[in-house]
Structures are given as structure tokens and as C-alpha cells.
Design a protein around this ligand. Structure first.
Ligand code: UFG
Length: 347
């Protein structure tokens, strides 16, 4: 059995699908703090497979211990955590408590039950404001906001744990910019309220819900002046987790892997690709740079290709097509009514 924390979230839910498709037996825990119970039904619908689910908070040590007592867990894929950069600046204590304390508790329980295999959901944010691209795993690490620090600190905690006991086996997966949705249109990104990230925002402009996109700066040293990122299809990213799990189950080490495509696209290029895929206009205005943003970030994904036998296969057009398909099929998000959506956006 593989335990998935945060399995109802955006990347977690897609990874559950690929794990079930690959034949793994999974147990999912989620407290639905930024997701919806309907996601669990959707995972079952997409795969035609059943699995065990608990609505539980990772900070509830007793409830998590009960799960380890009851089931024979071989490894954990740890997604659960708060993830909004701006919010982390406003409520840092909540971010440190939720993300770090829950991971410490989880690791202690794993140690107690002699479950020493983990795939951790890290982020390219641990490379801070590096301007050396493509980014390799051995680039210097730093953080620029509390969310980033939680990822960096958890990586350090897991590194120290592995140093203290070499029977641990851990993969730190550093995601670049996951976008897109499941091809079925049943799963996708389902953010509460006004989105922060580029793709969910563009989707809302294309669907007419928001009038225009603010493009944060066109004076970066890039081809068209807008920021460049390595966008990766969430299904490719999920397949990367299956490969990382395979590796963690058969080895004893701690390794970090970039999960990206190795290609960088500018904000304007993403807008154009989305217009093409959706047939809709995406109105935008150039505004000032967003504080904390860097000009260019894209991965060198060769380590993952070599060690995990994984490579992202889906194009930017595929990502835009699937994102648009999801938005059209779920205009209110997953498991939400039109009323819920209005309440969240106005709150
Ligand atoms: N952008 C806009 N307008 C918007 C939103 C974004 O122009 O309304 C631009 C940004 O300036 C940036 C690009 O679109 O150039 C991508 O921005 P996102 O917010 O989608 O993604 P980021 O690269 O800023 O952040 C992502 C993740 C974070 C993670 C970070 C670093 O969302 O969790 O990568 O790895 F910390």
C-alpha cells in the first residue's frame, strides 16, 4: 500500500490516477482545505478503480498513526501542504506550522512504523532567484518567501534524516510550473477564489469570468520582455511520481530531481497558445513587475531522464487544450455550485 497525503489536490489527484493505472494499491488522506470531496469520486471514475480514503488532517497524529497501525504501508507520497506564495507572506506562522509540523509528525510516525520510503512534493522555488539556466539540481538553493522556505526546510529535514539513518530512501521532486488537466476533463486545477497563477487566470479571462489578464512586466531581459517559465503538463508530472516511487522502492538514497520539460515559454507565448487552443480572445494589459518574480526559469531535466527513465512528452498546446477542456466541462470547478464560486470570489 502507498499512502498519498494531499491526494485530492491538483497534482495529488492526477498522481493517484497514474498510480492506480500502474497497478498500485493506494490510501489517500486529505483534509479538503483546498480541494473538494468530489475529486475522490472523480479519481475513481477516471480509473474505474476503488481505493481507501480518509478525510483527516496530517496534524492529527493519532488519526495518522491509526492508519499506519491498520494498513501495511510501504511508502508515502507527501503532497499535503499550503502552496500560495502571497498568502505565505501574510500568514507565515500558519505556513510554517501547517507545512513543517505536519511533515515532522509524518516522518516520526513513518520512523516508528519502519516505513522509510518517501517521495516529497518539492518545488523549483528552492532555487530562489537564480539566473543560471537551465537549472540543474546542484544549483545553489535559497528561498524568497515563507512558502519557499517551507519547501527548503523540509528538503533539509529529509536530508538530515537520511544522513542519520541510511535505510531511508527519499526522492525530492522539484516541480517547475505544472499546468493542464486530465484528458478526460474530469480532473484539473480547482483553485478557490481569484487565481494567482498564470494558467488558471488565463482560463478565467478566456471564459469571460474576468475581463483581462495583468501581464506582470514586459521589461525583462527575454525575447518579448515577459517572464519565461518551464510549463509542464500535470499528467507528465504525475507519471514522474510513479517513476520516482519505483526508484524509491528499490533503492536507499536521497536524491533531488527536476521535473520540467527543459523548454521555457514567455507569458505572451502562453497567451497565444491558449488563444489558439480555445479559439477565444485573452485580453491583457501590461502592468508592473510582480514583486519576487524572476525573469527566466527552466529546468535541466536530464537527471530525472537518466535515473528515473522519465521524460515529459506533452506540448504547450496539449497543456492549453486540456486546461480549456477542463474549464469548459467544469465552469464552477469540481464539486462547487455557482453560488459557492460567487461567495469565494467576493470574500
Ligand atoms: N504572470 C502574469 N500574470 C498573472 C500571473 C502570472 O503575468 O496574473 C506571469 C508571472 O509574472 C510569471 C509567469 O506568469 O512570469 C508564471 O507565473 P505563475 O504565478 O503561474 O508561476 P510562478 O513561476 O510565479 O510560480 C510557480 C509556482 C510557485 C513556485 C514558483 C517557483 O506557482 O508555487 O513557480 O517554482 F514557488
Amino acid at each position: 500500500m502507498i499512502l498519498i497525503t494531499g491526494g485530492a489536490g491538483y497534482i495529488g489527484s492526477h498522481t493517484c490516477v497514474e498510480l492506480l493505472n500502474a497497478g498500485y494499491k493506494i490510501i489517500v488522506v486529505d483534509n479538503f482545505s483546498n480541494s473538494n470531496p468530489e475529486v475522490i469520486n472523480r479519481i475513481k471514475k477516471v480509473t474505474g478503480k476503488d481505493f481507501i480514503f480518509f478525510e483527516v488532517d496530517l496534524l492529527d497524529q493519532e488519526a495518522i498513526e491509526d492508519i499506519f497501525n491498520k494498513y501495511k504501508i510501504e511508502a508515502v507520497i507527501h503532497f499535503a501542504g499550503f502552496k500560495a506564495v502571497g498568502e505565505s507572506v501574510e500568514i507565515p506562522l500558519a505556513y510554517y506550522h501547517n507545512n513543517i509540523t505536519s511533515t515532522l509528525l509524518l516522518c516520526s510516525i513513518m520512523q516508528k512504523f519502519n516505513v522509510k520510503k518517501m517521495v516529497f512534493s518539492s518545488s523549483a522555488t528552492v532555487y530562489g532567484d537564480t539566473d543560471l539556466v537551465p537549472i540543474q539540481e546542484n544549483s545553489p538553493l535559497s528561498a524568497t518567501n515563507p512558502y519557499g522556505y517551507t519547501k527548503l526546510m523540509i528538503e533539509q529535514i529529509l536530508q538530515d534524516l537520511s544522513n542519520s539513518d541510511d535505510s531511508w530512501s527519499i526522492a525530492l521532486l522539484r516541480y517547475f510550473n505544472p499546468i493542464g488537466a486530465h484528458e478526460s476533463g474530469l480532473l484539473g486545477e480547482n483553485p478557490n477564489g481569484i487565481p494567482n497563477n498564470l494558467l488558471p487566470y488565463i482560463s478565467k479571462v478566456a471564459s469571460g469570468e474576468i475581463n483581462f489578464l495583468n501581464v506582470f512586466g514586459n521589461d525583462y531581459p527575454t525575447k518579448d520582455g515577459t517572464g519565461i517559465r518551464d510549463y509542464i503538463h500535470v499528467v507528465d508530472l504525475s507519471l514522474g511520481h510513479v517513476k520516482a516511487l519505483n526508484k524509491v522502492l528499490r533503492s536507499k538514497s536521497i536524491e533531488a530531481y527536476n521535473l520540467g520539460t527543459g523548454n521555457g515559454y514567455s507569458v505572451i507565448e502562453v497567451i497565444n497558445a491558449f488563444e489558439e487552443a480555445s479559439g477565444k480572445r485573452v485580453n491583457y494589459k501590461i502592468t508592473s513587475r510582480r514583486p519576487g518574480d524572476i525573469a527566466i526559469s527552466y529546468a535541466d531535466p536530464q537527471k530525472a531522464q537518466k535515473d528515473l527513465d522519465w521524460k515529459a512528452m506533452r506540448s504547450l498546446d496539449d497543456m492549453c487544450r486540456d486546461a480549456w477542456n477542463f474549464v469548459q466541462k467544469n465552469p464552477n470547478g469540481i464539486g462547487k455550485t455557482n453560488l459557492d464560486k460567487k461567495l469565494v470570489i467576493s470574500s
